[in-house]
Ligand binder design. Structure first.
Ligand code: F3S
Length: 755
């Protein structure tokens, strides 16, 4: 089922030679990130040095992973590519479509019934095209990848923004849209702008209440949600090597929250231990033989300022536990300041629910340390004040923690163990009472805390912390509780203090599982039938998007000028909409319904310029489409941050939006728009955002000479007849312009397949 040691040995066989060649071409010592990038060039051995942040480069990733929500669209697209088998090892993981409500068993059974059609589709497509299939209940994609597939020095892509989690095992693992995955699965190169490099030097050592999560919470506070854009974050230093491999995974996982392309750590003993503990001694042995190439050259970490574009230093011995939030993962507050901040901002102090687990934090170490606190509830005669839930990252982790007695400990504090799936992290949480939309506080060890993300209630304030801190806060039921200094009153009226969390990094008796939940594909899948019912609500075969007509776009209407944060959750909401991820027409009914209209500050209420009436965004856009009127969307900074879901690009494309013009884009979303044949543009002058008016009609002046590096000119005609000419930058290279011309990147692949 698991890793492909032959593939890994093949990567390692040429690693030394490629690194040496790259070092000579670049003319200086190399960071780890550069070693992995240069050893995965599509062309093979490097022949030129690349400029960071500028050159588009073709890469050859070793693996692809897809989760069920994005895999549907990725595989529907792959079916159009005309291939009989995937070109690189690929896996599909069923984790997003399982709603958390009662408990693991009940919820899993219900999900299998509700999403049977989708799971069957994914299973049969996987079987047919040589893809490893992880059934519902097997676990969350990133935990399963870390346990089975990630390897030091490797490069993988995944159709989920937290694919970056595999950096914990020294990989460059990058979240992409499904169209990128289709390229790689079809045996084509995968293109990425050569990233900039941010070095994070970790000095000192974690101890006591501080956990790896606090490192990334701190980094998010420093860099903000867009500070990592276009960059790989490489961690190093004594604090890095002293940390567990899964702790490194947590840090890399939340690199998605700072917009980083990915994050990684150099190979060390913690990775060797993790590989052996997860049944991969041969990968550890192979990695040990090339260990010098699996970390930066020594000069780099000795003088990081010379080799990275930016360097941050964090002393782990002084690092405090943090809580980040609410509503954004970069609002970092050290626990000692939380009470003060909460009172100042009027955040409800009472904690309703503490949730641990998810792909970010459900390692054996995380659970063991959280359990060491839960155990103190009975030992010290305390009562847990908040509800408490656990979503294990994989069946292997769940089975192992149950065997080792941790589930029993959590049971005693009244915890609910949800299925090994995303659940509350992706809004698949049927939380009782959430529909009342009461203002309330929850704490969780997940990664994202955007409005409505966990339970659909815009008035839920979610704070992100380590599993240890979340457990302590759930016991206390108080956001202002600082376990480092504060005491609790137990059931006997005594003041007690929680002891610092403790726990093994890896299970002393090893990992185990009766059935990890893997299904291998057929050796020869040519006879496997993939059925999609034409009347299905959940799945719809795709029609290719039309090519560009070669003319300037004229008389386009402004669909929406989005105000402030507009993440992929705002553009294509998750939660209940996840069920339509395989049906483009149906899911398009959620297009931009979470975005705030800058003109009335309302969500899902925009003016239909054809009638003058206000209506839901999808309804207005469908009216424009029916009338053959093109439209454009205008947005603010970091538009499309968050997830890799390409639905956020496919929906506007499908409904007839022609261009998205914003102050800045999140990387994956920008690429997704390009791949679907949309125009992804940025204001040359950000202040022009303010010139856009509600009744604007837009004419492209020089789209007919669309060229790399040349801004486009757009004319905005206002209701009173006055005009503003606005310059729009773009980052399309020659081949990306080819996607726009062809109607989508997939149209080009399919045409090449037929040629
Ligand atoms: Fe799933 Fe949340 Fe991770 S949605 S993949 S658990 S970020």
């Amino acid at each position: 089922m698991a890793f492909d040691i032959e593939m890994i040995e093949k990567v390692y066989a040429t690693l030394g030679e490629r690194v040496e060649k790259a070092r000579a071409l670049v003319g200086r010592p190399l960071t780890l990130s550069e070693k992995i990038l240069y050893s995965h060039l599509w062309e093979g051995t490097p022949t030129q040095a690349f400029t960071r942040g500028k050159d588009y480069v073709d890469f050859a990733p070793d693996r692809v992973a897809c989760q069920d929500a994005t895999a549907q669209m990725a595989l529907l697209q792959f079916m159009h590519a005309g291939k009989s088998k995937v070109a690189v090892p690929t896996t599909v993981h069923c984790d997003h479509l399982i709603q958390a409500k009662v408990d693991a068993k009940t919820d899993l059974a219900r999900a299998k019934q509700q999403s049977n059609e989708v799971f069957d589709f994914l299973s049969s497509v996987s079987d047919k095209y040589g893809i490893g299939f992880w059934k519902p209940g097997a676990g969350i994609i990133h935990q399963v990848v870390l346990e089975n597939y990630a390897f030091p020095g490797g490069m993988m892509i995944g159709t989920d923004s937290h694919t970056v989690n595999a950096g914990g095992l020294g990989m460059l693992a990058i979240g992409v849209g499904g169209a990128d995955a289709v390229d790689v699965m079809s045996g084509m190169a995968w293109e990425l702008k050569f990233p900039k490099l941010i070095g994070v030097k970790l000095t000192g050592k974690l101890s006591g209440w501080t956990a790896p999560k606090d490192v990334i919470l701190k980094v998010a506070g420093i860099l903000t949600v867009k500070g990592g854009t276009g960059a790989i974050v490489e961690y190093f230093g004594e604090g890095a090597t002293a940390m567990s491999c899964t702790g490194k995974g947590t840090i890399c996982n939340m690199g998605a929250e700072i917009g980083a392309t990915t994050s990684t750590f150099g190979y060390d003993a913690s990775m060797d231990r993790y590989l052996r503990s997860t049944g991969r001694p041969d990968v550890a042995d192979a990695a040990n033989k090339v260990a010098q190439h699996l970390t930066a050259d020594p000069e780099v970490y000795a003088n990081p300022e010379q080799y990275f574009d930016q360097v941050i230093e964090i002393n782990l011995s002084e690092l405090e536990p943090h809580l980040n939030g609410p509503f954004t993962p970069d609002l970092a507050t050290p626990i000692s300041k939380m009470k003060e901040e909460a009172i100042k901002n009027n955040w409800p102090l009472k904690i309703e629910v503490g949730l641990i687990g998810s792909c970010t934090n459900s390692s054996y170490e995380d659970i063991a340390r959280a359990a060491s606190l839960a155990k103190q509830v009975s030992d010290k005669n305390l009562k847990t004040k908040a509800e408490f839930t656990i979503t294990p990252g994989s069946e292997t982790v769940r089975y192992t923690i149950e065997r080792d007695g941790f589930i029993d400990i959590f049971d005693k504090i009244g915890a609910t163990v949800f299925a090994n799936a995303c659940g509350p992290c992706i809004g698949m949480w049927d939380r009782e009472g959430a529909e009342k939309e009461e203002r309330n506080t929850i704490v969780h060890s997940f990664n994202r805390n955007f409005s409505k993300r966990a339970d659909g209630n815009p008035n839920t304030l979610a704070f992100v912390g380590s599993p240890e801190l979340v457990t302590a806060l759930a016991i206390a039921g108080d956001l202002g509780f600082n376990p480092l200094t504060d005491t609790l009153i137990n059931e006997d009226g005594e003041e007690v203090r929680l002891d610092e969390p403790t726990g093994d990094e890896l299970p002393p008796k090893g990992f185990d599982a009766e059935d990890p939940g893997y299904q291998a594909p057929a050796e020869d899948g040519s006879g496997v039938q993939v059925a999609v019912s034409p009347t299905s609500e959940r799945l719809q075969l795709l029609e290719p998007f039309s090519p560009w007509d070669g003319k300037n776009i004229t008389n386009a209407k402004l669909l929406i000028k989005a105000f402030g944060k507009c993440t992929t959750d705002h553009i294509s909401m998750a939660g209940p909409w996840l069920r339509f991820r395989g049906h483009l027409d149906n899911i398009s009914n959620n297009m931009l319904i979470g975005a705030v209209n800058a003109f009335n500050q309302k969500t899902n209420s925009v003016k239909n310029q054809l009638t003058g009436d206000y209506d839901a965004v999808p309804a207005v856009q469908r009216a424009y489409k029916a009338a053959g009127v093109p439209s454009i969307v205008v947005g603010d900074h970091n538009y499309g941050e968050g997830s890799s879901r390409e639905h956020a690009a496919m929906e506007p494309r499908f409904l007839g939006v022609k261009a998205v013009l914003v102050k800045s884009f999140a990387r994956i979303h920008e690429t997704n728009l390009k791949k679907q044949g949309m125009l992804a543009l940025t204001f040359a002058n950000e202040a022009d955002y303010d010139k856009i008016q509600e009744n604007d009609t837009i004419n492209f002046i020089d789209l007919v000479s669309f060229t790399p590096g040349k801004p486009l000119t757009l004319e905005f005609v206002h209701a009173d007849g006055s005009k503003d000419v606005i310059m729009a930058n773009h980052s399309y290279n020659e081949s990306q312009i080819g996607w726009f011309v062809a109607g989508s990147a997939l149209n080009l692949i399919a045409a090449a397949g037929k040629a």
